[in-house]
Unconditional design. Sequence first.
Length: 211
Amino acid sequence: MSLSLLVFYTAVISAPSLGFLIDTVQQITHRQICYTGLGCFATDPPFTSLQRPLSVLPDSPDVIQTTFLLYTRSNPTTTNEQILSASNLTSIATSYFNSQKQTKFIVHGFTHNGHRQWIRNMVAQLLIKDDYNVIVVDWGHGSGIPYTQATANTRVVGAQIAQLITVLQQSFNASMGDMHIIGHSLGAHISGYAGERLQHLGRITGKLSSF
Ligand SMILES: *[C@@H]1O[C@H](CO)[C@@H](O)[C@H](O)[C@H]1NC(C)=O
Ligand SMILES: *[C@@H]1O[C@H](CO)[C@@H](O)[C@H](O)[C@H]1NC(C)=O
């Protein structure tokens, strides 16, 4: 709605209904949802603005089903990928994750998932280049249309990456400076949200130009 139209509507609405309108607008714009271990996500500005008048709340972790897929030189392909969980330390302790090595996170964007060909290629190339831990962040159950919902979900996925990195640091002695998050499309937004929650993160690389 353009500003002039909004002014027009405001002008023709009588005083009592104006109060109702303001209440309704606040109900739409000031909503929040909290997820255990990740914090609360509100639609307050900047998530609602003139540029983004309709802001939606992020889906729950149960819906998004974010999965962290570990690849190393010991298990470089999807047939022997290992799933790491921030809430299951055994899944990390029994994996090939090595906290003395550098870790590369790859985060896909809108409509993609963690098993796209470009991701497999990137995993392979990174493991040729160096002896990294490569962690693919698969949030394919939350990245689909509508774009507004996928955009909202990036906030939860960013929080989940921050949660995993914190566990890797605190329980496995990994160094924050060894963490590098590579994000494509909405994955770049996710990287930003993860970085916002972490101090001294090694590096973020974002590519925003296209889906
Ligand atoms: C934790 O991870 C281990 C190793 O992957 C697995 O065997 C176990 O079932 C997991 N525990 C839970 C509660 O998911
Ligand atoms: C923790 O990591 C540091 C830096 O990589 C290393 O020097 C140290 O030996 C590690 N400590 C343990 C208990 O593994």
